[in-house]
Write a protein that binds this ligand. Structure first.
Ligand code: ATP
Length: 216
């Protein structure tokens, strides 16, 4: 059975940078599925502007046409903080014999040592790090050492073991961020062609992101 890709994010809103990355990794790594996990209440960043159910709706709309893209709403349904390590432990219990690949952008990877129980992550899954515009892989320090110990350039390693490797993969660089999209929408400019039309429609219909202050 091919590995499961796990793509967590705030997705506030989901955009083509996320979707293209997920698609290229699905193809290149021969992932059986890419599971999108919108965060409920993210511990390491500002509160999202769109509420969790609306972000979930946008992720569903964006992914419904792609075979192998699956939406997992467990973090949205959970009250309180959601930590990647806890979600991964749950997924590991549900898939004891399956390779799991946690997909993160290079920006997220560089903040890994701030994640809750980050040292346990590699016991639960592989880490697949996608290049993002403007970010480089660390050559020294704690993450540089982690890459020396766990890094691999072989896709087969992600299939042959269940967890424990770090694979860095260059994806098409699309300089799109949710932050920039929220600014575009808040200033009444059109986000068209930066995200799927179905997501744009939800944004226009609900008027989300028009307010600049976070909703409670
Ligand atoms: P924000 O601007 O609100 O911080 P974001 O655009 O970075 O949001 P997130 O939902 O925080 O989006 O990102 C989820 C994951 O997707 C992270 O691992 C992030 O690195 C990755 N990612 C986001 N944008 C891109 C992009 N343009 N190309 C590749 N990966 C991306």
């Amino acid at each position: 059975m091919n590995p499961i890709g796990i793509f967590g994010g705030t997705f506030d809103p989901i955009h083509y940078g996320h979707l293209r990355t997920a698609f290229e990794l699905q193809q290149a790594l021969r992932l059986a599925e890419v599971r999108f996990l919108p965060a409920g209440n993210p511990p390491h960043r500002q509160q999202p502007l769109a509420d969790a159910n609306l972000r979930l709706r946008m992720v569903r709309a964006a992914t419904e046409d792609q075979r192998g893209f699956v939406v997992d709403d467990r973090e949205v349904r959970k009250s309180g903080l959601s930590y990647s390590v806890e979600t991964l432990a749950e997924l590991r219990r549900e898939n004891p014999q399956r390779s799991l690949c946690l997909i993160v952008g290079m920006d997220a990877f560089l903040s890994l040592p701030k994640w809750h129980q980050w040292q346990d992550l590699l016991q639960l899954s592989h880490l697949v790090v996608s290049h993002r515009p403007g970010w480089r892989a660390p050559a020294s320090g704690i993450l540089g050492e982690l890459l020396v110990d766990h890094g691999t350039g072989r896709i087969a390693d992600l299939h042959d073991s269940l967890a424990g490797r770090i694979f860095i993969h260059a994806v098409t660089q699309l300089e799109i961020s949710s932050t920039e999209l929220r600014l575009i929408i808040a200033s009444h400019r059109d986000p068209r062609f930066l995200l799927p039309d179905s997501v744009r429609k939800i944004i226009l219909d609900t008027g989300c992101y028009l307010e600049k202050t976070p909703q409670e």
